[in-house]
Ligand binder design. Structure first.
Ligand SMILES: [Fe+2]
Length: 367
């Protein structure tokens, strides 16, 4: 592999353009983020972690995903990108300041690489101690979340569980690529990403990858980027989802699920389950514009020494446990089209079942 232009440290935020911002503000509050800053045209939301913001949307003529921002360890990384792509290093005028360069990936997604951004003061959240069958760490202390049963309140004529998740940070994005291999190569060569899992499609060729940051012997998230060759022609369709780590653990994710469910205003895309590739517990919710956002917790961490693994379509789609993956998963579309799209196409587990049946029949025929 070529020496990459730089090796970015982590993802910081996702950037969207939206026709109107009020509904999105409401959604992000329910989702468990906090408004960090807003001006006439933009909203900036943060988590409890140290990033000044993890989500930004600016008012514009379309609802679309613009791109993602990444953290560079050194100013020299910005200089290397600036030289390679012939783009300027600019002072960042948004919260956190510092400098950045913006380059465009093969699918037209803006990739901002930032250095020198001021960190925000993390918001303290008390971690809960869990007792398991094997290990009893909590004694003489009752397990309570938020206001306990008083989190249930009547809103109008329905019960709403008021405690939302507490989003800590943005952990990754998943994108649909016109050419998955070109995207994987680009993120490896430009940002230094390593391939955690090479995803092998039904026809035996690569349909994309889960990629992580190369920080040497420092363990990082199993994936900061998931590039897949799914249907999509760029623009809004290039966006698969953004995955945000919750501050605490499983209960933080579960609380958010029941909050979103009982608020009853948003489309539940998939979950709750436990992925195989990356191992996170996951829960996916569409925002009012059809963009999918994920709560996740307890993901795998790995350093640069772990080799790439080849993983089949089953590993990608079936998860370790959880509900069936919907056939709309990873595809951005208006909310009012989702049910129709789901009904019009075969289910993914159904497709895998047929593929495996056909492969078995072929093997039996040959023997
Ligand atoms: Fe994800």
């Amino acid at each position: 592999m070529n020496t990459p232009i730089c090796k970015i440290a982590d993802i910081i935020y996702v950037r969207f353009e939206l026709v109107e911002l009020e509904a999105q503000k409401k959604y992000l509050n329910h989702f468990g983020m906090m408004l960090a800053h807003e001006d006439e045209n933009s909203i900036y939301f943060r988590g409890t972690g140290s990033s000044p913001f993890i989500y930004v949307a600016t008012k514009g003529p379309e609802n679309k995903y613009i791109g993602s921002a990444y953290k560079a360890n050194n100013f020299s990384d910005l200089e290397a990108l600036s030289k390679e792509f012939d783009v300027d290093i600019v002072a960042n005028t948004e919260p956190g300041g510092g400098h950045k360069v913006t380059v465009i990936d093969p699918d037209g997604i803006e990739v901002e690489v930032c250095h020198g951004m001021n960190e925000a003061e993390p918001i303290a959240v008390v971690s809960k101690v869990l007792n398991t069958g094997q290990s009893k760490q909590r004694e003489n202390e009752l397990q309570r979340f938020g206001k306990a049963a008083d989190e249930w309140q009547v809103h109008g004529d329905k019960w709403v569980y008021e405690l939302s998740s507490k989003v800590k940070r943005l952990g990754h994005t998943a994108i649909n690529c016109k050419d998955a291999q070109a995207s994987v190569d680009w993120y490896a060569n430009v940002l230094g990403f390593l391939i955690s899992n090479n995803c092998i499609g039904p026809d035996g060729t690569s349909m994309g990858a889960f990629m992580r940051c190369d920080q040497g012997d420092k363990p990082v998230d199993h994936h900061t980027m998931n590039n897949m060759g799914l249907p999509g022609e760029g623009g809004a369709l290039a966006y698969g989802h953004a995955g945000y780590e919750v501050q605490d653990s499983i209960d933080d994710l579960m609380a958010g699920h029941y909050h979103m469910k009982t608020v009853d205003e948003y489309y539940h895309e998939w979950g709750i389950g436990r992925h195989l590739l990356g191992s996170q517990m996951y829960d996916y919710w569409r925002d009012p514009h059809g963009f999918t956002h994920e709560h996740w917790t307890d993901g795998d961490l790995m350093d640069a020494s772990i080799p790439t693994e080849n993983s089949g379509f089953r590993d990608l789609a079936m998860a370790q446990y959880g509900p069936e993956v919907p056939n709309t998963f990873g595809i951005t579309m208006p909310i009012d089209q989702i049910d129709k799209a789901r009904a019009a196409h075969p289910t993914i587990p159904g497709m895998i079942k047929e593929m495996e049946k056909a492969a078995k029949a072929e093997t039996e025929e040959q023997s």
